[in-house]
Design a protein around this ligand. Structure first.
Ligand code: FAD
Length: 377
């Protein structure tokens, strides 16, 4: 039965398309990928670092580094700032390269056959039949599969259905983002500014300018004062949803905390976004038997690490590659369990690492989460 399983993937951002392309390459062509968004996303920027392991996986599906890498540098300049002055810079080699969400997403989507991709299709339910799982679309129609993979991000419907006991809570920290058309530092380094307690600023070149991420604390009430909604109601705030007072507040934070040139860059950036960082209870499973088939959680749907780890996209890509290895063996049950045993400790350890780094930076709440036995430190 599992020689040619029917596979449904929910989520078409990074993890889902990577999995789909790996599956197609391995000969699994009874495949459907659903995304709730109606069209190819046009989000720009979104700088992110990808480790060599993830870059190697992408190379196997025909995505060369030259298509997605934003510059020649593979160095992080770690800059300590106190009283708005850089007091120390350490250059650290990064075991990977820098890209952006937009570049990677476009490269993945460009390679997906139209017959696989079902945009504008929100999955709202999962039923069990004798054969296996059945995904339910928002229009009420449904589709059976042998394997359903939820790669639908941190607010995953899959996680809520399969693992309803796991709580999501606001971390107390917001990643403000912006893309400036000003040319970046000629070195092309990814610059990470340690601002002391309660803040971090990242700056990196992207095609056509520079992308910055300004991590700041905000209580739920402060978040509401900035953006007019609670973090639970709207965790991703787009440019059009950022009002004048939120812009002025961020400008003031930049002037108060950043060196003059970086503050000026923030103040002069028109195009902005903000992400309320949400924590999800650590997973204890990533595979669920459903009838004679299975459902699986991958990427941020499984466990969204805090951005300070720079691991979320990396983890999703690595997990997708591991899942395809399992399917190649043709024995879903045992192999999926082995894959789960391999992946789960890493996923949990990454969540924990996010809390530790955040706590060192004074970002967000610092509650601790339980660690599975054998989790990698
Ligand atoms: C500020 C910031 C910086 C970051 N930096 C890095 C970094 O340097 N390195 C790194 O590795 N990671 C980084 N990350 C994390 C990375 O962006 C995420 O881990 C990654 O985008 C997760 O990809 P995903 O495909 O698993 O989920 P998502 O990108 O969240 O995509 C989920 C997709 O599922 C779709 N969807 C949701 N619900 C449904 C539904 N019910 N039906 C159908 N479709 C649905 C959505 O439309 C979306 O397209 C960063 C994150 C942030 C916020």
């Amino acid at each position: 039965m599992y020689k040619h399983p029917k596979i449904a993937i929910v989520g078409g951002s990074l993890t889902g398309p990577t999995l789909a392309l790996l599956l197609l390459r391995a000969g699994f062509d009874d495949l459907t990928l659903y995304d709730a968004a109606p069209a190819l996303a046009t989000r720009t920027g979104g700088v992110m670092s990808l480790e060599n392991t993830a870059l190697d996986v992408l190379a196997t599906i025909g995505i060369p580094q030259r298509e997605i890498v934003t510059g020649r540098s593979d160095t992080i300049a770690q800059i300590t700032v106190r009283n708005r002055r850089p007091i120390k810079t350490t250059r650290i080699p990064y075991p990977g390269r820098f890209t952006t969400w937009a570049l990677l997403h476009a490269a993945l989507r460009a390679r997906l056959p139209g017959s696989v991709l079902h945009l504008g299709t929100r999955i709202v339910g999962l039923h069990e039949s004798v054969r296996g799982p059945v995904v339910v679309r928002a229009d009420g129609s449904s589709e059976p599969a042998d394997l359903v993979v939820f790669a639908d991000g941190r607010n995953s419907i899959g996680r809520r259905l399969l693992d309803p006991g796991r709580q999501t809570c606001y971390s107390g920290c917001v990643a403000h983002r912006g893309t400036s058309s000003r040319p970046g530092d000629p070195s092309g380094d990814f610059r990470r500014y340690d601002l002391g307690q309660g803040g971090q600023f990242n700056l990196a070149p992207v095609p056509g300018g520079q992308d910055w991420i300004f991590g700041l604390n905000a209580s739920p009430n402060e978040f509401r004062a900035w953006f007019g909604v609670s973090p639970g109601e709207r965790s991703y705030v787009t440019d059009g949803q950022i009002g004048g007072s939120a812009r002025s507040r961020l400008d003031q934070e930049a002037v108060d905390r950043l060196p003059a040139a970086e503050a000026h860059l923030v103040v002069s950036t028109r195009r902005r976004a903000a992400v309320a960082i949400m924590d999800v209870d650590p997973p204890t499973s990533m595979v669920w038997p459903i009838g004679a088939g299975y459902a699986v959680l991958l990427g941020d749907a499984l466990a969204p690490p805090r951005p300070v780890t720079a691991r979320g996209a990396n983890a999703g890509i690595e997990q997708a590659a591991g899942l395809v290895q399992c399917l190649r063996h043709g024995q879903l049950g045992d192999d999926l369990r082995d894959w789960e045993r391999h992946c789960l400790p890493d996923a949990v350890a990454t969540l924990e690492r996010g809390l530790l780094i955040s706590s060192r930076l004074g970002l967000g709440t610092s509650h601790t989460i339980p660690v599975l036995d054998g989790a990698r430190r």
